[in-house]
Each structure stands twice: as structure tokens, then as C-alpha cells.
Design a protein around this ligand. Structure first.
Ligand code: OOG
Ligand code: NI
Length: 296
């Protein structure tokens, strides 16, 4: 494995420990003969959440992946959720795309901004600049350690009342928010999102139904669904523990672009399918960690 693969591997390892649904899905896929082993799963993309303050946010986190060969692609704006986002194309088609979003802190109330800054002001220079990006253990440690003190549950709850993205990110930081299983290359009867969702529900997985159990781009070519986030036992300041939303799993079907529809399946690769993301789909997928979904 090269350094980038080691970093991605470390992210996936912690993520699987935190999200029992990952192994539930993999076990079900093997049991039903969709795959023989886990390595056959195609990871469409992974996603991170960040906070838009000086020294942090997209401009900081993206440096790790741009250094390792990722290319910054399209921008997305989420007015209602007060977020910006970009996606990044991998240096090798075997590797996942990356989606990084960022909270538009200045769009929040003065109270919420003050709470956020009381934590993030502990970061006085860009922490990614201090890393040796050629040292995957160092990068892995950075992605999974606190950049600010442990939040209090009172602050977490006050943020959640205004932005559940903000509260999630203050607690969960750069832990992977989700990985995404590509469904379009699976065998017939499972290679469309609607059928694949039925398979998931049959195996007891709970889907995010905000905007419907799958979201479809206006061009009809990008279809996505996701589980409701697993709850984690979170330790807050002064040894206070509460169950809060952790991470979730996403599923994506990228259909063939019209000009490639007649290709034989053996000839098809990633370049023949719908690329990128879709703001309207994403807007609802963010809600996989929101209490409107996790409380159901
Ligand atoms: C990301 C939600 C959007 C997609 O693929 O459009 C997304 C998040 O919940 O942080 O993953
Ligand atoms: Ni996603």
C-alpha cells in the first residue's frame, strides 16, 4: 500500500469500529451472494465534515488529499443547512472520490458562533501545515485526535438546536462521516438503488427517508440512499455521557451517460457513468445524522 492508501485504510478501520451497520451490510451482501468477499465492494466516495473558521475548514483538510494526488472539482452551496462543499477526484480510479463539506459559521447566530469559537480558537495555526504528509501514521493520528477540548453537553445541545451539522462536527471532528457502496456493478436484481434498498430493509437496516428512501438527480443518473446514523456513546466534558449520532453508510447508483448506453457491460468503466454529486440529493443525505431521522 502507498501512503495515501494507508491513510484511507486507517480512516476505514476506525469508521468500521464506530459503525456496526458497515459489517451488517457486508455480511448481508456475502450471505445473499452479491459479493464473495469484502474487497469486491467498490467505494464510490467517502465524506468529511469541517468547520469554516480560520486555520480549519475545507482549505485546511483538503491539503492532505491534494498533496496525495486528489483533484478539486465542483462546488456546492447549501443555503438552508448553511454549508459549502467540494468534491475531489482520486488519482487512481480504484480509490474513492472525496466529498468535503464546511459549516458557514458566519451565517449562524451570534450565540452559536461564540460557542464554536470558544472551541476552535484553541487552534491558532493551520494544523495540517505542521504535519509531515509523507508520514501516514502521523496523518492518521491527526485525523483521529481532538483539535479542541472535549465539548460540554450543554454546548453540544445549544449548537444542535440551531445546526445539527455544527453539533455533529464539534463532537465527531474528522472521523469519517460515511463511506459509499457502489451498487451499479452488482449483479442483476441488486444493481438499482430501489432494489438494493429493499435488500437492505429485508436485512433490518434503517434507511434515511428524508425526501424519500432514495434521492435522484434531475438528470435521473445519480441515485443515492443512506442508512440512519448509528448512535454512539459519547463522553462529554466532566465525564458526562450521552448517546449521539455517529456515522452512517451511503449507497450510490451511477447510471451510464446517454452516449454510452449501448456499451457492453464488460467495456464499461467509471468514465462512462454520471460523475460528481448533486446538491438536492446531498441536502437530504446530510439529515442521516439529524435527530429527525435518528429518533425514528
Ligand atoms: C454529506 C452528505 C452529502 C453526498 O454524497 O451527496 C453526501 C454529509 O452528511 O456530511 O454525502
Ligand atoms: Ni455521500
Amino acid at each position: 500500500m502507498n501512503n495515501l492508501e494507508l491513510i484511507l485504510d486507517g480512516l476505514m478501520r476506525r469508521y468500521k469500529e464506530r459503525v456496526p451497520d458497515v459489517n451488517r451490510v457486508i455480511t448481508a451482501m456475502i450471505a445473499e451472494g452479491l459479493i464473495k468477499e469484502e474487497q469486491e465492494i467498490e467505494n464510490d466516495h467517502i465524506a468529511f465534515r469541517t468547520i469554516g473558521v480560520p486555520h480549519l475548514g475545507i482549505q485546511s483538510l483538503e491539503k492532505i488529499f491534494i498533496y496525495h494526488g486528489y483533484t478539486k472539482k465542483d462546488y456546492y452551496y447549501f443555503e438552508e443547512k448553511k454549508l459549502d462543499a467540494y468534491w475531489y477526484a482520486p488519482p487512481d480510479p480504484k480509490l474513492p472520490r472525496i466529498f468535503i463539506s464546511e459549516l458557514r459559521v458566519k451565517d449562524l447566530s451570534a450565540e452559536a458562533q461564540q460557542i464554536i469559537h470558544s472551541y476552535t480558537d484553541e487552534v491558532t495555526s493551520d494544523p495540517v501545515d505542521a504535519l509531515n504528509l509523507d508520514n501516514p501514521e502521523q496523518v492518521d493520528k491527526f485525523l483521529h485526535s481532538g483539535l479542541w477540548r472535549l465539548p460540554t453537553y450543554a454546548d453540544f445541545s445549544a449548537l444542535a438546536a440551531e445546526s445539527e451539522y455544527a453539533s455533529w462536527t464539534i463532537y465527531n471532528r474528522y472521523y469519517l462521516n460515511h463511506f459509499t457502496i457502489s451498487v451499479h456493478n452488482l449483479k442483476d436484481e441488486y444493481n438499482h438503488i430501489e432494489q438494493y434498498n429493499q435488500f437492505l430493509e429485508k436485512h433490518g437496516l434503517k434507511l434515511n427517508d428524508a425526501g424519500g428512501k432514495f434521492k435522484k438527480s434531475p438528470d435521473g443518473l445519480l441515485l443515492q440512499s443512506s442508512t440512519v446514523a448509528s448512535m454512539i456513546e459519547a463522553t462529554f466534558a466532566v465525564n458526562d455521557t450521552h448517546r449521539i449520532a455517529g456515522s452512517y453508510v451511503e449507497f450510490a447508483e451511477r447510471r451510464l451517460l446517454p452516449e454510452f448506453e449501448q456499451l457492453q457491460s464488460a467495456e464499461v468503466n467509471r468514465t462512462h457513468r454520471r460523475e460528481g454529486f448533486e446538491a438536492a440529493n446531498a441536502n437530504k443525505i446530510f439529515e442521516s445524522t439529524y435527530s429527525s431521522q435518528t429518533n425514528k
